[in-house]
Structures are given as C-alpha cells and as structure tokens.
Design a binder for this molecule. Structure first.
Ligand code: NA7
Length: 547
C-alpha cells in the first residue's frame, strides 16, 4: 500500500502534494472513507481541522452530550472483528465514550498516518484541463487529487447568536460545538444560556446541577421526550453482540436506519383509550420510538399531529410544577415531531429547581443586547459569570459554504445552491465532477453512521467500477439531477415539518440570507433510497456520466 503520509511529507512547503483522493474531515464519514479508499489502493490524504479524529464527537464536549440513537446501532459495521471487540457501556453513549470508540477505530486501522490534523481546507477548485481538484489549506499548503470527498458533516458549521454586543461580555462564553477540552466548572457561578434546541436540552439539566444559578433564554420551545438511558451489563452486551447481524439487517429495512418502525395504523382510526395507552408505552420506552415508532400519519396529518402534540403537552404539564413555566415550555408554533425531537434526561424537571429560571425572549423579555456583565432584555440586565451560546448550526449546506468550492467553469458551489442544492442522490453535485459527498444535501439521513455506511459503500463501489473501466472522471447527468431534485423537493414539501423554520429546512437567522426554507434532505422512505442506489449500482452506474 502506498504510504501517502510519506508522499505528503516529501512535498516541501509551497510544493504541491499529489494524491489520488483527498477527504475533507476525519469524523465518522471521513474515517470510514479513508479505510475504504485505502483498500482500493488509492493514495489518500484526509484534512481535518481538529487536532484529532472524531468530528462531531471531537468538538461537542459539552456536559450532557450523548447519542439519542441506540449505541449498539451507531458503531461501524464494516468490521466484524471491531464489532466483537467493542463494548458499549450505555444504551445511549455519552460523548467521552463515543470519542474513545472513534479513537479505538483510528488506532485499530492505523488511520492517523493518512490524516493531517489542524488542517482546515479553505478552497477546492476543479481543474478541468487536468481533471483534478486543487485544494488549499488555511496555512497556505496546497494539495491536488483526482477525487475529492466531502465528509464535513451536516452540523459542523456552528453559529453564534447575531445579538448586538456579543463580543463585549467580559466573562467566559462558550458554544457547545467548541467546548474546552478540560471540563468547565460551573460551581458557584451565575450562568446564562441562550437556546433550547437538542444541545441545550441535554446540557441544561447537567449545568443546573452545578451552577449557583442558571438562566435559560428561550426564543421558541421545542418538543422533547424522555431518553430513558441506562447502563449495559456485560451479559446484555454479549447478547447484543450475538444479534448484531440481525439488528443491523433490521435497521436497513426501516425508513431512517433506526430500530424503530412506524405503526401502520392511522392515529384517528384508533380508539382514544387505545391510542393513549400506546402513547404511554412509547413515552416510557427508550429512544426515538415516540417519534419514529408512532402512528404512521403523525407527521403528515394535521389532526393526527395535533392529537400527539396534546399528549406530549399533557406530559410536560405533569412534569413541570409551575403551570406558567410549563405553558412556556410547550411549543405553540409547531407540532410534535415537525422539528427534530430532542431526547432528554430530566430536562423538564430542571425547571422545578430553585436555581433555574426560564426567560421567554419571544414574548416577555426580548433580548436587546449582550453587555460586558451579561444579557440585557427589554426589562432588565441579567448579570452572569459565564455565558453559553447553545444557538445551533448553519445546517447541512453551512459547512459547504465555508469552503470556496468551485467546479466547472469556475462555478461556485455556494452560488449554484443559492436556491436549492442540485445533486444526484445527494452524492454528486451538478457541475462538480469527481466531488463525492458523504451525507451531502438531498441524501437520505437518519441514524448517521448507518447512513454514512451506505453512502461510503456506494461511493467505494462507484470508484471500483471506475478503476475497472479506466474512467477518471465522473459527473452527473442533467436529467438525473432534475429528476432527483424534483423527487426530494416534492417529498420534503409534503411534510408538516416544511411549514416550520428549523436548521433542517436551512433557516438560521444568525446567518445572513438564511431566512428562506429549502428542502435539504431526502425525506422519502430510506428503504426506497437504498433500493434506488442498489439498482443504480447493479445496473452499472448508467445514471452517471463517465470519461
Ligand atoms: P438548534 O436545534 O438549531 O437550536 C438552537 C437554539 O438556539 C434554538 O432554540 C434557537 O431558537 C436558539 N437561538 C438561536 N439563535 C438565537 C438567538 N439569536 N436568540 C435566541 N435564541 C436563539 O441547535 P442545537 O445545537 O440545539 O441542535 C442541533 C442538532 O444537533 C440537533 O437537532 C441534533 O440533531 C444534534 P429558535 O428555535 O430558532 O427560536
């Protein structure tokens, strides 16, 4: 196998390092892609902005960070040996354990020798004459490759709140996606936290346990349901391992690669008492069952959605002692499941603590500015020692926008996607030959590592095909892009979730221009997606244009 690290090292500063493939990102996708590309005998360099592997799990070290997918469906399935060796400790793994897992994978397959850390890619330009990509790093280093793989994640471009005075605060201020490597000690401190998305919902109960006082600034509440995490005993782990094949095969048949499968009944066809009992059962079970294992029409029928929303609202009222606070925590602008449902561990009970205050910034106390001492609303200045901006990400396309990517005829990806991404299968963008996207926009997502696995395997198959047929260039065909874009938009716009602003629809008011909803993911059935890609592969990839 060629030693690409040595190749790169040989290139002196200013000289061009040459590879068969460059992968951007050493998270779950990039690590897996590297493993497969090496198998194809390619020289590969992975460029990673962080100082080690892990991507999302490297950066997001905030208290409470953990999976809400079942751990034993989250690992890589490409190596039986790896699956046999690794023991998950909890059903929903906490961030430190997951990062440990990814480090274990990197060590086991000796991945680091092909990864350049602290290497932020700032530009990637397609050279039409040479049929290759020119990549530039922040430090000025340049590299060149036949293929470019973007393994940059869907939630990696974090965003700070666009609030005046944001940088004037004199105390420490943290975004969860850039959390310090040494834990932050909140003991005795007054903490202000902005945001109530999935991240905040995990962090709030943990910060509340330590802080002298925690004030949560909520603009819009989110529906959330209990995670019901628990430890995995040795015996249980052994039993899970013996069923891995069956578990992964089952996930591959469900719409989003989770273990959960929607109930075939329609909500209002079920008698109210039976419906209530079903929801009680789902609410008491671990994981996403309440969202993905629910009646099949909760995300498409307004009436069905109103019924499940009323059930969850009742639960919030039962769990939060102060009825006024409970009311503020119940979303009024969207129904249950129409935004990504955070799974929580004691989130609602946190508001029963004396040291936690909820500030409603939409109606009661809009934020005016951030000051050197804290946060000033229209009513008062709240003083804090520490601020946490749990204000989310420029989802899906944000990470692409942060790199100057130019394809055929100098076309900028950012401009090409201004209205909507245009791709085939969310894997290859129109006008950007030889750039393969893992978890690109308009692809099927869900349980991320399994979606990644599907994508990586498909792309590795495509490359193998190209090697066998001496092709050096792969691009989209216009009719396939038109058709795929139409299918994706039609499926997305039909859902109740498209009537709501969220990162999934590309809306983020902290980023200029991110005010119009766009369909950014494939929202059809993932099983259909898998069938489509399998057929494309079996048919000899005729939907792509090769040279
Ligand atoms: P989210 O889910 O996008 O949540 C961000 C939160 O921050 C959300 O409550 C926002 O309120 C709030 N926010 C953002 N900007 C502001 C400003 N300027 N003022 C007040 N409040 C603000 O991101 P997360 O990190 O929690 O979760 C991202 C994903 O990570 C999650 O879905 C999982 O898949 C894992 P808004 O709702 O916009 O009113």
């Amino acid at each position: 196998m060629p030693d690409t690290h040595a190749l790169a090292e040989r290139a002196s500063p200013g000289q061009l390092a040459i590879y068969d493939a460059i992968v951007i990102g050493a998270g779950i996708s990039g690590m897996y892609m590297l493993y497969r590309l090496r198998e194809l005998g390619m020289t590969v360099r992975v460029f990673e902005a962080g100082s080690d592997v892990g991507g999302t799990w490297y950066w997001n070290r905030y208290p409470g960070a953990r999976f809400d997918s079942e751990s034993w469906t989250y690992g890589y399935s490409f190596s039986k040996e790896l699956m046999a060796e690794w023991d998950w400790k909890e059903h929903f793994s906490p961030q430190p354990d997951t990062l440990e897992y990814l480090n274990y994978v990197a060590d086991k397959f000796d991945l680091r020798r092909d990864i350049g850390f602290r290497s932020t890619v700032v530009a990637a330009h397609w050279d039409e004459a040479a049929n290759r990509w020119n990549v530039t790093l922040e430090n000025g280093q340049r590299a060149n490759s036949r293929f470019l793989f973007t393994a940059i994640g869907i939630l990696s471009a974090y965003t700070l709140p666009a609030i005046p005075g944001r940088d004037s605060f004199t105390g420490p201020a943290y975004h969860p996606a850039r959390w310090p490597h040494t834990p932050v000690d909140f003991t005795g401190n007054r903490v202000g936290l902005i945001g109530t998305g999935a991240t905040a919902i995990q962090a709030i109960p943990e910060i509340a346990k330590q802080a002298k006082h925690l004030t949560v600034f909520q603009r819009r509440p989110n529906w959330a349901a209990p995670l019901h995490n628990s430890k995995i005993s040795k015996e249980e782990m052994a039993a899970i391992k013996s069923r891995y094949e069956e578990i992964y095969a089952h996930c591959a048949t469900t719409p989003s690669w989770f273990i959960h499968q929607a109930d075939p009944r329609k909500t209002l066809d079920v008698p109210p008492e039976e419906r209530e009992a079903f929801w009680e059962k789902l609410y008491g079970e671990p994981g996403f069952g309440i969202w993905m294992g629910n009646f099949r029409d909760i995300l498409t029928s307004e009436d069905a959605n109103a019924a499940i929303s009323a059930f969850i609202a009742k639960k919030i009222r039962q769990r939060v002692k102060d009825p006024k606070v409970a009311d503020k925590l119940i979303p009024k602008d969207h129904g249950f499941g129409t935004r990504r449902v955070p799974l929580e561990s004691g989130y609602f009970e946190a508001y029963n603590r004396d040291n936690v205050t909820l500030v409603d910034t939409l109606v009661d106390e809009p934020i005016e500015c951030i000051t050197p001492r804290g946060i000033k609303t229209i009513r008062q200045e709240h003083e804090f020692d520490i601020l946490v901006y749990a204000t989310g990400f420029d989802g899906v396309t944000g990470a692409y926008d942060r790199i100057d990517i130019r394809g055929e005829n100098g076309l900028r990806l950012k401009d090409a996607w201004a209205e909507t991404p245009r791709t085939y299968l969310g894997m290859l963008a129109e006008g950007f030959p030889n750039m393969l996207m893992v978890l690109g926009p308009h692809t099927a997502r869900g349980n991320i590592p399994q979606a990644v696995s599907h994508s990586v395997e498909f792309q590795a198959g495509l490359l193998r095909f190209m090697q066998q047929h001496d092709h050096t260039r792969v691009a989209t065909r216009p009719e396939q892009v038109d058709e795929w874009t139409r299918i994706v938009i039609k499926a997305g716009e039909a859902l109740l979730s498209f009537k709501v602003d969220s990162w999934q629809n590309g809306v983020n008011r902290n980023v200029e221009g991110r005010t119009v909803r766009r369909v950014l993911g494939y929202n059809g059935n993932g099983a259909h997606f898998r069938r489509t890609t399998d057929e494309v592969a079996k048919g000899g990839y005729q939907e792509f244009a090769f040279r």
